[in-house]
Write a protein that binds this ligand. Structure first.
Ligand code: ASP
Length: 461
């Protein structure tokens, strides 16, 4: 019997291959007790079970078929996938703006590794142009791979390194910077760059994708095109995040780097501006402003770096029945700053009070933010809030907990003087604190969710 490639398949699933004389890359029709499926058999993760066969359906989606349900498999051919995208040289046009794309990793720079079944970072400038040739119509794009990590592995070192790279490229005359980054912690990096990169003369646009570019539903190309366009032509000289607005491939939103947050684990429209409106919408080479209070592009301005960070900071997300040892252990382990995400207007339980007092007495800087994300900390409303302030905990206005964390590390890189820290923490440097929350700030669905609008229209009781 002609045994075909069995990449990752073993035991029972390999026996099924033998029974029907098929293998990896076979183009098959599988009849199961749950119906018929047509597609290509994909390699399997080496460590996965031997009870499933993975099929790439003609729609492009991958499914796992439980082998117990299989009645027959008919092979119609074989199609080995070549996931390497052809490399191409970016053309140069002297009249077009010059944009630099800095790669740090994440899904946007990834494709599937069929040995492990995982998405691996594999950024290459030439591959990028091969995959999204439209970029050459927009600008002269130079690419530079800084890192190749998934964003959970990003550290303050990467923030500093990225800030330095931005400075280098802007000083060399870039008209805009795009930063490819994993989406999971993109809002932390956006905040860090917002504090560390001052007076940028040009747009700095962070971009990622929720689905890798070998998936039919990938948002990588559209996000990249819109981000590159923003970097090349927009007059918004700030650190921004450019990601899908609605769930459809309609437009991207430009979010201010200190007010943006990843809000959904899998939707492509995962980023939302919290407590404010996004700066603009971008699609088809057009920017529709949603606010005017942004810093304008100005090539005369010189970018300055403020790349300091004291990483002895932490975020504590309060939950009922939190025990004081959580705070004590941070203090005992030498942490110098704590951001609390408190309940409601900014509260924690009474059993923590003694530990908080001990912490602030020993010089630890503690700032309160809210778990609700929207809204301001307001510690004057209840006695408990006032009591917590008396322990030395400072209300952090409407800074998002993650932004307050990044900011406290940055501020502690400058000073540990209690008053100076407080002054810096409560002064907005990059839009991280707003004077008030605009009436339209509470727009969880910025960009609209057609499914919800349809549901709302249809529901009558
Ligand atoms: N885990 C990935 C990352 O943040 C997800 C993504 O890129 O969207 O690096």
């Amino acid at each position: 019997m002609n045994i075909k490639s069995n990449k990752g398949y073993k035991g029972a699933s390999l026996s099924v291959f033998k029974d029907f004389n098929v293998g990896v890359w076979s183009d098959v029709k599988i009849t199961t007790t749950d119906g018929e499926f047509e597609g290509i058999i994909l390699p399997r993760i080496e460590t996965a079970d031997d009870r499933h066969i993975v099929l790439k359906l003609v729609t492009g989606y991958n499914i796992g078929i439980e082998i117990g349900t299989i009645k027959t498999i008919e092979e119609r051919g074989s199609k080995e996938a070549h996931y390497k995208i052809p490399e191409k040289e970016f053309p140069f046009d002297p009249v077009k703006p010059n944009v630099v794309l800095l790669g740090t990793g994440g899904t946007i720079a990834s494709r599937l590794d069929y040995r492990t079944g995982a998405v691996i970072p594999a950024f290459s400038p030439g591959e990028l142009y091969g995959a999204v040739p439209e970029l050459a119509d927009i600008c002269n794009l130079k690419t530079h791979k800084l890192y190749g990590v998934f964003s959970e592995n990003i550290t303050p070192e990467h923030w500093l390194g990225t800030a330095n790279a931005i400075k280098r490229e802007v000083d060399k005359g870039a008209d805009g910077i795009v930063i490819g980054h994993g989406t999971d912690t993109m809002h932390y990096t956006a905040a860090a760059l917002s504090f560390m990169v001052k007076h940028t003369p040009v747009p700095i646009v962070m971009v990622g994708s929720q689905r890798s570019s070998d998936r039919p539903s990938s948002d990588a190309a559209l996000n990249l095109i819109n981000a590159t366009w923003t970097a090349a032509y927009s007059d918004i000289a700030e650190v921004m995040v450019c990601m899908f607005g609605p769930t459809s491939d309609d437009y991207d939103l430009l979010h201010r780097g200190t007010r943006v947050r990843k809000m959904h684990s899998s939707y492509r429209s995962t980023f939302r501006t919290i407590g404010d409106t996004p700066i603009a919408r971008v699609s088809n080479g057009k920017i529709n402003l949603m606010k005017n209070d942004y810093k304008k592009r100005n090539p005369e301005r010189t970018l300055e770096l403020d790349t300091v960070f004291d990483d002895r900071v932490s975020i504590v997300y309060y939950y009922p029945n939190m025990k004081p040892d959580i705070i004590d252990s941070l203090v005992d382990n030498g942490y110098k700053g704590i951001i609390i995400a408190g309940t409601g207007l900014g509260h924690v339980n009474k059993p923590l009070y003694k530990s908080l007092q001990r912490a602030t007495n020993s010089g630890v800087h503690i700032y309160m933010t809210v778990e609700t994300l929207w809204g301001f900390v307001q510690m004057y409303v209840y006695d408990t809030g006032r009591d917590i302030m008396e322990l030395g905990v400072v209300p952090g206005a409407n800074m998002l907990p993650e932004v307050a964390y990044v900011k406290l590390g940055w501020v502690l890189g400058h000073t540990h003087d209690r008053e100076k820290v407080a002054e810096m923490m409560l002064t907005p440097f990059a839009g991280e604190i707003t004077e008030r929350e605009t009436i339209d700030g509470y727009l969880i669905m910025q960009g609209g969710l057609p499914e919800i609008e349809k549901f709302m229209k249809e529901i009558h009781v």
